[in-house]
Design a protein around this ligand. Structure first.
Ligand code: NOJ
Length: 560
């Protein structure tokens, strides 16, 4: 497998609205990020992924863009952004930007033109259709509840929006639109950025005719993913983008790809395919979803978790490259979801970090993960800001009459605002995030959980991440080594090997709070070993073939 910088990097995601506010308006901004570059450097990350900072009416916090080449006023100016880029490069870090081109904002000039008349030259930049017998053109639901179509009185047609009605889908069938997007990408790349994270990029090609999705009830909207996920022209579009833009620069790309299988992923990231470098898969994020989808909370089993990860590790091994993440701005906090955010917050956050940083692939850290930030429970739905959460609550409680407490429980587990509460910098008011009123309340646990505390405590989660990041630099086996699962049917322990040439690593993780005995399978024999990292003190003479794991204990052994 080819050695390359983005495989050896650790990436840190910043959600700018919630990272650091420099001017007291309650919202994070670019100058705020600049003031924290030394913090990121201290952690040791190589690349920063910036969630959108472009001009936006903020229906979906910047994922609805009205000017792809302008900076959102609340965040600062293009000069601030340039200072941020230089500040990162001066510290030997890289910057990747969010590319959101499945849709724009309805306030983008293209859409304003497009909706103005049926024969406007921009009409075909978006997806317009006539209604069917007084109803929407098809029965697809939006990811944010309700129909995926919005009627527009001016021209008496509907436009498609897979997300909010202020996020009309762009029509990638139109070659002029594609060229405009490629020029915009080049404009950013020529400014010196190091790559893109591509928002829902596997949704850009829709099946011709936009057919109805099969449904038992003609009055409900249903998910039509089979007609727009990994659609018919997706690989053609990405190869074209690669040829016109990506291949001309030394950059990295990661595509967000809901519904992608390992077979499909190999097509997106295959080293000989000239499309993308990595995708974000969602299979693991569905491990705790019931038949009703994301809000239908189901208990998860470690054997399912392991089966999915093993499928992805082996599925891309030797073919393409994995991205490794357990949370981001759309997912709940990993320590609350897969660890234990009360009695074993520190131990379980370190165990999950050990897992992420010892697999084959590139690890992604979401802001606050490195200090073990947790989910939040606001009392009232009025304290929430996220459009997905608010629309879902409205549909279920106000329209369908569901019990509001039940719906709140789903929001506590899965709502996106869990990850979006402001970064907790210190124990001062609002966690040191702002001098004003934060746009979304800070998690009330900030007096105990904050970066200042973590920096001061040598045993903190932060210092453990630092060590893991350094280990990947010292041991190429952690990046490139082959993965092989052990004890696959064990419901308590996740154990695996990594091998590269004659080198070998053994990773053993207790995913739960009760103690559990570990025994090395009899066909694995080990002479000498050294401990590379653990979240507990381990007696030096402890034997490796049989030991008891304490709550959420993690060990990484180098086998000699
Ligand atoms: C995925 C992004 O990560 C999410 O935050 C956004 O709401 C949707 N795509 C739509 O852009």
């Amino acid at each position: 497998m080819e050695r390359i910088w983005w495989k050896e990097s650790v990436i840190y995601q910043i959600y700018p609205r919630s990272f650091m506010d420099s001017n007291g308006d309650g919202m994070g901004d670019l100058k705020g990020i600049i003031s924290k570059l030394d913090y990121l450097n201290e952690l040791g990350v190589d690349v920063v992924w910036l969630s959108p900072v472009y001009k936006s009416p903020n229906d979906d916090n910047g994922y609805d863009i009205s000017d792809y080449q302008g900076i959102m006023e609340e965040f600062g100016t293009l000069e601030d952004w340039e200072q941020l880029l230089n500040g990162l490069h001066d510290r030997n870090m890289k910057l990747i930007m969010d590319l959101v081109v499945n849709h724009s904002s309805d306030e983008h000039p293209w859409f304003i033109e497009s909706r103005s008349s049926k024969n406007n030259p921009y009409r075909d930049y978006y997806i317009w259709k006539m209604g069917e017998n007084g109803k929407e053109p098809n029965n697809w639901s939006s990811f944010f509840s309700g129909s995926a179509w919005q009627y527009d009185e001016q021209t008496e047609e509907y436009f498609l929006h897979l997300f909010s009605k202020k996020q009309p889908d762009l029509n990638w069938e139109n070659p002029k639109l594609r060229q405009e997007i490629y020029s915009m990408m080049k404009w950013w790349l020529d400014k010196g950025i190091d790559g893109f994270r591509m928002d829902v990029i596997n949704l850009i090609s829709k099946v011709e005719g936009l057919p109805d999705a099969p449904s038992e009830n003609e009055h409900t909207y249903v998910f039509g993913g089979q007609y727009f996920m990994n659609g018919p022209r997706i690989h053609e579009f990405l190869q074209e983008m690669n040829e016109h833009v990506l291949s001309k620069y030394d950059i990295m790309t990661v595509g967000e790809a809901p519904g992608v299988t390992t077979e499909e992923a190999a097509l997106y990231v295959g080293e000989d395919r000239a499309e993308l470098n990595m995708v974000f898969q969602f299979e693991l994020m569905d491990v705790d979803s019931g038949p009703g989808g994301k809000w239908d909370i189901a208990p998860w089993k470690l054997t399912d978790f392991k089966r999915i990860m093993t499928k992805w590790q082996l599925g891309l091994q030797g073919k393409g490259w994995n991205s490794l993440y357990l949370n981001n701005h759309d997912q709940p906090r990993m320590v609350s979801r897969f660890g234990n955010d009360t009695d074993y917050r520190v131990e379980s956050a370190k165990m999950l970090a050990t897992f992420l940083h010892t697999l084959q692939g590139t690890p992604y850290i979401y802001q606050g993960e490195e200090i073990g930030m947790t989910n939040v429970k606001f009392d009232s739905i009025n304290d929430y800001q996220d459009i997905e959460t608010l629309n879902m609550y409205d549909e279920r409680v106000n329209q369908d009459g569901a019990n509001s407490q039940d719906v709140m429980e789903s929001i506590y587990s899965k709502g996106r605002d869990n990850a979006r509460t402001p970064m907790q910098w210190d124990s001062s008011l609002h966690g040191g995030f702002t001098q004003g009123n934060p746009w979304l309340a800070v998690n009330p646990n900030y007096p105990e959980i904050n970066a200042a505390q973590a920096l001061a405590d040598p045993n903190s989660i932060f210092h453990y991440y630092k060590k893991l990041i350094q280990l990947r630099k010292q041991h190429p086996i952690l990046v490139y080594g082959d993965y092989a699962p052990l004890l696959e049917s064990n419901e308590r322990i996740y154990a695996y090997n990594r091998t590269l040439g004659n080198e070998q690593l053994l990773i053993v993780l207790n995913f739960f709070e009760s103690e559990v005995d570990f025994e090395l399978p009899s066909d694995v024999s080990i002479d000498k070993h050294t401990l590379l990292i653990s979240n507990y003190d381990i007696p030096e003479d402890e034997r490796i073939n049989r030991f008891t794991l304490r709550p959420y204990e993690a060990r990484v052994y180098q086998i000699i």
